[in-house]
Design a protein around this ligand. Structure first.
Ligand code: AMP
Ligand code: MG
Length: 388
């Protein structure tokens, strides 16, 4: 069963004053049609949309993107229980960590008085604490406090001109995990300066797929995939006994069905891809990435695609975002410093795209790399790519 999840419906940074209105209308129409199709099949994930070869498939919208669960079982009730549990786990993470929701932990923190400690859920605390440790390990490439820069670039997209040095300096002064105050014993968080904000968009989906996969396992599921906007957690093996197959989208031809840069074959692992080909904003007709380098204050545009294989979804998600910022050379060093982590990085230099693989990445590449179209082994077809 081919699964072609169309990714993320909207993003805060997408669009700009330089974008003609008709392009918004088309995007909106596409979004509405995709949403309607999604809702019509499987009542927004409450029932499976397909049963194929010992696998039940569920699709729904969560965390501002589209999710797909693949559950290897022949027992429909068991599949249903596992899907409900996975969905609940994802809804919970979204309810705690979405910065769009003013009542979530992150929503409350972003609106809190400077320096005032706020009691938060232990799950939110763990993601904040892990985020801070990724900042240290990635030489500040990954930083959930980068958000004043998101605000600045959004303003620039609206007015149609680039930021000046003073604006960049003012935004950068508000950034730094040293100003995110965490108290493990009390389970509280505080933002030290007015104007600071947190955005878990680069890590929370990975954390969510971990919790959803745990929930499915607790329901007795031995094989399956949780895919939230291209962040995947693979459970066990597929019903044929082989690893699950994940196609990595080609950033130069991301919308070409059945065409992949390579195909990963893995079991009990997480796979995440960060890319800027579906989510970007425009200023003066030039596209800029939604991933921003907190150190320079500028969009990270040199890595159109970074795919990370890791033991858990949170690590895969955070590192794929970090590599988009760090670039291929530093990105590979970073990956080699983590146990059990591999990456495929596409970097643009002087107009050409170059592929970089970490030392163990090839071990995960299926023999038939470029296409999944003629699989006869019942392998699952999934895609990892830059989210919409
Ligand atoms: P991903 O698709 O996982 O690479 O996450 C991209 C998202 O991460 C963006 O849309 C922002 O919400 C957030 N983000 C952007 N730049 C950074 C950064 N330097 N560090 C952490 N999160 C970021
Ligand atoms: Mg990420």
């Amino acid at each position: 069963m081919g699964s072609h999840i169309k990714r993320r419906i909207g993003d805060g940074l997408k669009g700009s004053a330089s974008r003609p209105v008709w392009r918004y209308s088309i995007s909106l129409a596409v979004a509405l049609i995709s949403f309607a199709v999604l809702m019509s099949c499987g009542r927004s994930g409450k029932r499976p949309v397909a049963c194929d070869d010992g696998k039940y498939i569920f699709r729904f919208v969560v965390m501002g993107t589209e999710a797909e669960l693949t559950i290897a079982t022949t027992d429909r009730d068991e599949a249903q229980r596992a899907a409900d549990a996975a969905r609940q786990a994802l809804d919970r993470v979204n309810g705690l960590m979405s910065d769009y929701n003013p009542a979530s932990d992150i929503g409350r923190l972003n609106r809190s008085e400077p320096g005032k400690a706020l009691a938060i859920d232990r799950a939110t605390f763990d993601v904040l604490k892990n985020s801070v440790s990724f900042t240290a390990r990635t030489d500040n490439a990954f930083d959930i406090t980068y958000t004043p820069l998101r605000r600045l670039w959004r303003k620039c997209a609206e007015r149609g001109s680039l930021p000046d040095e003073a604006e960049l300096a003012a935004a950068r002064a508000l950034i730094g995990t040293d100003k995110l105050l965490l108290d493990e014993t009390a389970c509280t968080a505080a933002l030290a300066a007015a104007g600071m904000e947190i955005d878990l968009g680069g890590i929370a989906k990975g954390y969510g797929v971990d919790l959803a996969a745990d929930a499915m396992r607790r329901c007795g599921i031995k094989g399956g995939i949780v895919n939230v906007g291209g962040n995947m957690r693979l459970i066990g093996a597929n019903p044929s006994g082989a690893g699950w197959r994940v196609g990595v989208l080609d950033p130069e031809r991301p919308d070409e069905q059945g065409h992949f840069l390579t195909t990963i074959e893995a079991r009990d692992a997480a796979v995440s891809t960060s890319g800027n080909y579906h989510r970007f904003f425009e200023i003066g007709g030039r596209r800029y990435s939604h991933i921003i380098d907190p150190r320079t204050g500028r969009p990270a545009d040199n890595v159109p695609s970074a795919t990370v294989i890791a033991p858990d979804g949170m690590t895969a998600d955070a590192l794929s975002t970090a590599i988009s910022v760090a670039g291929a050379k530093k990105g590979l060093e970073l990956v080699e410093s983590f146990d059990g982590v591999e990456a495929l990085i596409i970097e643009k230099s002087e107009g050409t795209m170059k592929e970089y693989r970490s030392s163990g990445f090839a071990k995960f590449e299926a023999a038939e790399k470029k296409t999944l179209a003629h699989q006869a082994d019942g392998g699952n077809e999934n895609m990892s790519g830059g989210k919409r």
